[in-house]
Design a protein around this ligand. Structure first.
Ligand code: NAD
Ligand code: DAU
Length: 378
């Protein structure tokens, strides 16, 4: 089977590439990625040595390139991770998000339609090759924001509120349109907040880890009461695998593990966990940028505490709460999350402690300029 993994050099896409190689010995993967600031080939250094993986640098909006990849390879599945993914950036540059997340998605769908159809039936519907499928990786943010009660189900009306989520909703709608109008075999998955290895440090959890290690303040938007529903990235990959291979055509599947938490609690937990690791395993203190030596000759960690937290100006239009009801995917496909948040956050923190070189690499470009602009006046 040949899979086109668009956005495969980003956070979730690269985890999916690793997961597919480990679990599907027959899978050939074409990783297609524009390598924006969020895409990093270093993440796939090992995988790119594998003859089952081919990398193609390209933009999902570029028709010549998407056609080239479909004509060069016999693609059976498309899993579209490629997107502009950061809400804060979408507030600064909404048009880019519409271009990539809506028009890029439409271009991918249309290219697939050209290469996956063999003519038309008597009612003018395209005749699709056996066994092909397009899966759109989407987000719970398309449903908008919840109050204290309730969960998003697949029938919750779309009510996106940021340029990012509006663009993702636009992408979802055009996927649905191709499913209905051309009977294209499609699925849409809508997942809650992911965390885990290779998460770009513009997002809350890796940003907080990076800032602690750098001895910097931890910016919490507003009063920190906003709630996100966290899922370990590998569990998301398993859910996509289940939907891709066993999901009913044209269906939407929500993905989430009932792990809601207030942002402020996440930040406190990360501080506490890093401090505990450094108490237990002093060798990790070497990772700290701030190395003040105490009277007993060890690197001081007493400053790793809640005083690092800085409440800053809120995100514009900040969604209050997300929470997924995963009943459909659990009952139909037997998917359940396997990594608890307690385990996952510890694994993630160790990963960052052990992979500082990756963090240095991905933040060596425009990251400091971005950080300065985004956080300077907050
Ligand atoms: P990411 O920003 O880490 O990665 C996005 C990848 O897409 C990068 O490798 C980037 O280079 C690539 N890309 C961007 N624009 C492109 C273009 N025009 N053409 C080709 N490649 C392009 O994002 P992520 O967090 O890994 O999210 C992946 C997908 O999952 C997105 O569609 C996002 O909306 C969705 N999603 C993310 C989460 C989450 O918590 N991170 C949750 C639910 C859904
Ligand atoms: O829900 C799924 C979505 O989760 C995905 O579709 C998005 O691609 C992904 O980026 C993520 O969106 P969020 O906006 O929820 O993630 P982010 O990490 O940016 O923020 C998480 C919460 O933390 C949010 O309430 C804003 C807050 N926050 C974020 C940052 C970066 C802070 O308080 N401080 C920060 O510095």
């Amino acid at each position: 089977m040949t899979y086109l993994i668009t956005g495969g050099a980003g956070f979730i896409g690269s985890n999916f590439v690793k997961y597919m190689l480990a679990t599907h010995p027959d899978a050939k993967l074409i990783v297609y990625d524009a390598l924006t600031y969020a895409g990093n080939l270093g993440t796939l250094a090992e995988e790119l040595k594998n003859p089952r993986v081919t990398f193609v640098k390209g933009d999902i909006c570029d028709r010549d390139m998407t056609e080239k990849v479909f004509s060069d390879y016999e693609i059976e599945y498309v899993v579209n991770f490629a997107a502009e993914s950061h809400v804060d950036r979408s507030i600064e540059n909404p048009q880019l998000f519409l271009q990539v997340n809506v028009l890029g998605t439409q271009n991918l769908l249309d290219t697939a339609k050209k290469y996956w159809t063999t003519g038309k039936d008597e009612n003018n519907y395209p005749i699709w090759r056996e066994g092909v499928k397009y899966l759109q990786v989407s987000t719970d943010e398309v449903y908008g924001s919840l109050g204290e009660e309730g969960f998003f189900t697949e029938t919750t009306p779309l009510d996106p509120r940021s340029p990012y989520s509006a663009a993702k909703a636009g992408g979802d709608l055009i996927v649905r349109a191709y499913g209905e109008t051309y009977r294209m075999p499609v699925n849409i998955t809508r997942c809650s907040n992911n965390y885990g290895p290779y998460h770009f440090p513009e997002k809350l959890i890796p940003l907080i880890i990076r800032n602690i290690l750098a001895g910097k303040q931890l910016p919490v938007y507003g009063d920190g009461s906003n709630v996100r529903d966290w899922l370990y990235v590998e569990d998301h990959c398993k859910a996509i695998d289940a939907v891709l291979h066993r999901g009913r055509l044209d269906e939407v599947y929500n993905i989430g593990g009932h792990n809601e938490e207030k942002n402020i609690e996440i930040v406190r937990l990360v501080i506490k966990t890093i401090r505990e690791i450094m108490e237990k395993e002093p060798k990790y203190r070497e990772v700290l940028k701030k190395k003040e030596i105490t009277a007993d000759g060890t690197i001081d960690i007493s400053w790793i505490n809640d005083d690092l937290i800085s409440f800053v100006k809120d995100r514009q239009g900040h969604d209050q709460r997300y929470a997924i009801d995963p009943t459909k995917i659990s009952e139909e496909l037997g998917w359940l999350p396997e990594t608890t948040f307690d385990e996952g956050i510890v694994k993630t923190i160790y990963w960052y402690l052990d992979n500082q070189q990756w963090v240095e690499e991905v933040t060596s470009g425009d990251y400091m300029k971005y950080y300065e602009q985004m956080y300077h006046n907050r």
